[in-house]
Design a protein around this ligand. Structure first.
Ligand code: NAP
Length: 249
């Protein structure tokens, strides 16, 4: 599946919501889903950055996307329920959901970790993934076989000193993936899987490793095979798994 080559039109007539679609891996994934035929809903904090992704997709002639400016760190369950109703009214069903948005927080010992940063990281990276999934379940259930992809990290598989709330939030993501998939596998056609992107040339990576030469890393556009495989019908029947987008890195 790492060398999976998506056929053109793989995601025709699909509606797919991507969080953190304004930058980095989420931006690249959203554009590639649109290229494969999907109507993409671009969710992110900054409207101006979302508009630039929108313009890019429109200029390429891919299906018209939608923009959803939302700060996931400060969104309530009620706001997300209203969002779900809007999606139901406008699109009828949601075929795919890529939970990608995250923040790094601080790289510092737990002993010195700021309480406020802890809350912000956990709210953005973990709580919002739980709440958004919960709110969107009725819309995901309307699709014949919806795919939900969560985004983990190697520090979510094995804790690493100084990675604090980020590592804990990503361990929580691995757990959420297992629980959602097991709870829903017998009562729905929704599949849940988790991707660890691996070291990728983005601003988050640069912030975490300021001394690293970004040229040594793959660009987001180069790691997307697994994102296509898990979003398309080839992965129907696979649920509750956690994959590496760059297994040899
Ligand atoms: P990035 O370039 O920093 O992009 C993060 C995206 O999340 C941006 O679109 C950002 O929006 C959005 N976001 C952050 N906080 C948000 C909030 N409160 N509400 C809505 N959107 C928010 O990061 P990336 O490197 O592409 O990372 C993407 C995912 O891969 C993350 O889950 C990350 O943990 C994971 N990951 C990355 C690597 C890597 O090497 N890059 C490795 C392992 C895992 P703004 O544009 O408004 O900031």
């Amino acid at each position: 599946m790492h060398d999976y080559q998506a056929p053109s039109g793989l995601l025709n007539q699909r509606t797919i919501l991507v969080t953190g679609a304004s930058d980095g891996i989420g931006r690249a994934a959203a554009i590639s889903y649109a290229q494969l035929g999907a109507n993409v809903i671009l969710l992110g904090r900054h409207q101006d950055k979302l508009i630039s992704v929108y313009d890019y997709i429109e200029k390429k002639g891919y299906p018209k996307p939608a923009i959803l400016p939302l700060d996931l760190a400060h969104t309530t369950a009620e706001q997300l329920d209203q969002l779900a109703q809007r999606l139901l009214d406008e699109f009828g069903s949601l075929h795919g959901l890529l939970h990608n948005a995250a923040v790094l927080g601080e790289i510092t010992p737990l002993e010195q970790y700021e309480y406020g940063t802890w809350d912000l990281v956990m709210a953005t990276n973990l709580r919002s993934v739980f709440l958004l999934t919960q709110s969107l379940l009725p819309v995901l259930r309307q699709a014949a076989a919806a795919s939900v992809i969560l985004t983990s990290s190697s520090v979510g598989r094995q804790g690493r000193p100084y990675w604090g709330a980020y590592a804990v939030s990503k361990a929580g993501i691995e757990s959420l993936n297992q629980i959602w998939s097991q709870e829903l596998k017998d009562t729905s056609a929704i599949r849940f899987n988790c991707i660890n992107p691996g070291a990728t040339r983005t601003s988050m990576r640069q912030y975490a490793y300021p001394a690293e030469n970004p040229e040594t890393l793959r660009r987001p556009e180069e790691i997307l095979n697994l994102y296509h495989f898990l979003m398309g019908d080839a992965s129907i029947g696979i649920t509750g798994q956690s994959f590496d987008a760059q297994p040899n890195n």
